[in-house]
Design a protein around this ligand. Structure first.
Ligand SMILES: [Zn+2]
Length: 135
């Protein structure tokens, strides 16, 4: 005859009363998700602001993009673009994005003079170093 007063049975009854424990199919409570997770896709956020002219708007937009990339690392800095508010189809990229020798992307502004620069302090520089960025 079994002794129901043992700690084992008290624990089994408590687990059953709470509705937790092993499932009927024998699977544990923690397991990998049933469906594979989707890979992340790119989305675009449109921010509106005012500026006296296109050159000023470009500087403000670069500052917004760089600031947000510091706060949110998932932000794709190279995908940042600027367009007039009523002409999104005229979007111009804000950053160079030239591909370096190790596959890194230049984080300097588009059409910058001199070397391309990899992200981070002391990042790799490459290119001719004279004339506008050669993309
Ligand atoms: Zn560059």
């Amino acid at each position: 005859m079994r002794d129901n007063r043992s700690p084992y049975w008290r624990q089994r009854r408590a687990v059953g009363a709470l509705g937790i424990g092993r499932r009927r199919d024998g699977a544990g409570l923690i397991r990998p998700p049933g469906r594979p997770t989707r890979p992340h896709r790119f989305f675009t956020v449109h921010l509106g602001f005012t500026a006296p002219g296109a050159a000023d708007a470009r500087e403000v937009a670069v500052a917004y993009a760089e600031s947000l990339s510091l706060l949110r690392p998932e932000l794709a800095l190279g995908a940042a673009a600027l367009s007039p508010a009523d002409a999104w189809h005229r979007a111009e990229r804000l950053f160079c994005g030239a591909v370096g020798p190790d596959g890194e992307r230049c984080v300097d502004v588009a059409d910058h003079p001199g070397f391309h620069h990899a992200p981070g302090p002391g990042g790799l520089g490459w290119g001719d170093g004279d004339g506008p960025g050669d993309g």
